[in-house]
Ligand binder design. Structure first.
Ligand code: CA
Length: 233
């Protein structure tokens, strides 16, 4: 389930947004100030932030800029809300690092559509869309993995790991990145744990002939690739 942080000081608006997001299947946390939002982000990195521009004290704009400047929050998907429809404001919001921008009042459907679009672009593993890489299919909604209608028996951690690999194929991920994105950051686990689960993932994929899709990239990490199909086992 994707975790969305809603940063909005007007509690009626924050509640309305969160009720609708929960109804759409998101886990929602609310922060009323920039400090509360920072504390939430320091605790658990959300999958996406809906950030109001006008907050008491520090503005949403300053907060977005700060997050973009820090390694841990650099890629945090941010949708900025504002009551002002001026084009200059929109440009400032996007310059500050917002991925998208909505002017109040907006419809819930529009917000939901923007959230899905931003997640699809920046954090596809946070969506429950079916993924298919080279005939290997993974369905987050049913937690089913299959190849040519043959089911793959797979543990929950290996499932999340495979989901992340399949939504970011052909890219090398370091063990530290995988720990952050699959296990959650602020989780203190040795990097060797990743190797253990990659080994289990390969074993799970072996019966359907897909174990070689998970490549070890020496000195760098792991990658899911389709380019191994021609190789013999
Ligand atoms: Ca506000």
């Amino acid at each position: 389930m994707s975790r969305v942080l809603v940063v909005e000081d007007e509690s009626a608006i924050a509640e309305l947004i969160s009720i609708n997001l929960r109804h759409a299947g998101y886990e929602v946390v609310i922060a009323g100030t920039a400090d509360e939002a920072q504390a939430q982000v320091d605790g658990v990195l959300p999958d996406l932030v809906v950030l109001d521009w006008m907050l008491p004290g520090q503005s949403g704009l300053v907060l977005a800029k700060r997050w973009r400047g820090q390694a841990r929050t650099r890629d945090l998907p941010i949708i900025m809300l504002t009551a002002r429809a001026e084009e200059g404001d929109m440009i400032s919001g996007l310059d500050a690092g917002a991925d998208d921008y909505l002017t109040k009042p907006f419809s819930t459907n529009e917000l939901l559509a923007r959230i899905r679009a931003v997640l699809r672009r920046k954090a596809p593993e946070a969506l429950d869309t079916m993924v298919d890489v080279g005939g290997l299919k993974l369905d987050p909604a049913t937690r089913r993995v299959s190849k040519e209608d043959r089911d793959v028996r797979i543990g929950p951690t290996e499932f999340r790991l495979l989901h992340f690999f399949m939504t970011h194929p052909e890219r090398v991920h370091s063990r530290a990145q995988l720990l952050d994105r699959v296990w959650g950051d602020h989780v203190f686990i040795e990097e060797r744990t990743v190797d253990v689960h990659v080994k289990r993932l390969r074993e799970a994929l072996d019966p359907v002939g897909c174990s070689r899709m998970i490549e070890t990239v020496r000195g760098a990490g792991y990658r899911l690739t389709q380019q191994v199909q021609a190789l013999s086992d």
